[in-house]
Design a protein around this ligand. Sequence first.
Ligand code: KG4
Ligand code: ZN
Length: 337
Amino acid sequence: MKVLGIESSCDETGIAVYDSDNGQIWQRLYSQIEKHREYGGVVPELASRDHVVKAAPMLVDILAEIGSIDDIDAIAYTRGPGLIGALMVGANLARGLGWALDKPVLGVHHMEGHLLAPMLADEKPELPFVALLVSGGHTMLVDVRAIGDYRILGETLDDAVGEAFDKTAKLLGLPYPGGPELAQLADSVTQSRFEFPRPMTKRPGLEFSFSGLKTAALNIVKQNEPLSEDLRAEVAFAFQQAVVDTLRIKCRRALAETGYQSLVIAGGVGANRRLRQVLDKSTREQNARLYFPALEYCTDNGAMIAYAGTLRLLQGQRDEAVSDVLPRWSLESLPLL
Ligand code: KG4
Ligand code: ZN
């Protein structure tokens, strides 16, 4: 079965086709980052408008490569969570196509897309596993007992990890979204004279809090202004170290609590090289294994939506005749596969 996947929950337009017979993927990805950069963050109305302009031509382009629209058997789109206007663009495109072509349509949970993205790799994690979902909007540890059987073990009480990366990057004068650039700056040095806290690691539990790190960064920056290039790199290094260390401690705890042998890391921050290295070492020490998606499937993309949709569509799941997009949508409320 060939499934078209449409992702438009935030500032990336992702169009992909996944073929469940052989695992082949065709994809197009367009990032709106340049459009939002001058505002220092995503402007929802601009995001919706840009999805409208880009999605249909990207679809035409990908269909030209795979053959024709008749080769598509079903359509999956991101139903939520995300920006309401942006979600509606993808949802309307999917439903319009489904109606015109008389093909089944299914709305997919964006975080389930991220969560299952490591299944697109050659080495797939075995169920059950613990998933660390770290993106610009979410930070959570999930007990994945089966596909669709999700229990949230811990979430952030304030900022998401990606958000903390982006805000700290902004303090250091890096352009939006600064996560990858802060990481690059941090990797340019091997030590730092600064030390950031490891929030909520001393008490038991699997909740996170990252807003304090941004405040700590602000204080350091103020105390050391004007920051030399070396000092900026040292702030970035100490910040990244604190985030990675905090995530390591919580992942270790989650594996010990569940007794599972697999840890899956997904979401935009999952692209962080240092985080991958540190989690790989720490899971090995626990006789467990770390799985992560290819870099291109870490940040938002259409392939992960096509894949998650395929699993559910193959089981006969479909949208109801009338279904709204869901800007807020609990991962725990999804139906079992
Ligand atoms: O999953 P994603 O593409 O979008 C959301 O659903 O939020 O994640 C984007 C987030 C941004 O905050 C970005 O700065 C962060 O992921 N990010 C990184 C890295 N690459 C992307 N953060 C740290 N290190 C990276 N290498
Ligand atoms: Zn995402």
